[in-house]
Design a binder for this molecule. Sequence first.
Ligand SMILES: Cc1cc2nc3c(=O)[nH]c(=O)nc-3n(C[C@H](O)[C@H](O)[C@H](O)COP(=O)(O)O)c2cc1C
Length: 318
Amino acid sequence: MKRELRTYFLGIELSSPLVLPAGVLDISFSSLKQVSESGAGIVTTKSLTLEARKGHEGPVVAEVEGGMLNAMGLCNPGISQGLEELDRLRALSAEAGEESKVPVIVSVFATGAEGFCELAERVNSSPEADFLELNLSCPNVMDEFGVPLAASEKIVAEIVSSVKSVSRIPVIAKLSPNVTSITRVAAAAAEAGADALCMINTLGPGMDIDTLTGRPVLTNITGGLSGPCVKPIALRSVYECRKAGIIIPIIGVGGVTDGNDAVQMLMAGADLVGVGTAVYYRGPDVFGLINQEMVSFLKQKGLSSIADIDRIFQPDHF
Ligand SMILES: Cc1cc2nc3c(=O)[nH]c(=O)nc-3n(C[C@H](O)[C@H](O)[C@H](O)COP(=O)(O)O)c2cc1C
């Protein structure tokens, strides 16, 4: 564990502030293990639903300038199989004699408070789940489910407070940038009892067209935008929440590709930093690479740990 990068999130010590955010890799235990070995401090599962979902027909991802469009359509094996994969992750670590286990955020998706509570109760029964993340913000299933739940402060508050009353583990609300005021939605989630926030989910939806065929590149026509082009919006979202006085921990996600981006996210006020689309650009070792780049930044600046970034560069100073 690199001493300079050690940090705490809701009472748990992490080897790095880097987080694998939901959905970017498959749910398999081997993928989660691979990124934790690379240097992620926490890993998040794909968003799990009560029943398995096939998702949209391919192509479901398209590379666009400055980023990526995806319309996975929340494909996942369902909550039961998802939790079984976690058991396998732990069994594998135990077999290898590993002393420390990477903390796991279980991401879940439902269409209302009742479904989220049912999922929270299922997650309660898994000793391997450390945090529960509510995906309130998926933009590529709008044809099926309508506008994301995170578009309404009232609905977000209702879901968060209902889930908090049943969950045995801390609850993270994952928010959408596709709203008039992410700050108001974040405040509603915090007031309703969310233990932490994760922002941002993908932007849009957007689309791309193949001029040779005259057809949209994605079979679903539209998809959520991620990668470097969304970073300015992610930074602004985190910064505005801090400026508005929201004090619960924030996982800042969106376009982080190298150590400099990660430091920017910490300077904006994030406690932890998600690295999603960059896994496609730089491979699963991206976590180790960004960890090294953050350590180089600290050395250059004469800082002894990432806590110093928090101490010296508060958003209030902007
Ligand atoms: C292929 C893909 C699948 C995703 N699936 C999910 C998901 O299941 N649940 C969720 O909350 N976010 C999902 N996301 C959003 C990411 O977790 C992240 O919030 C977003 O991509 C922005 O970060 P990035 O620019 O680092 O990728 C997905 C993103 C991608 C690229």
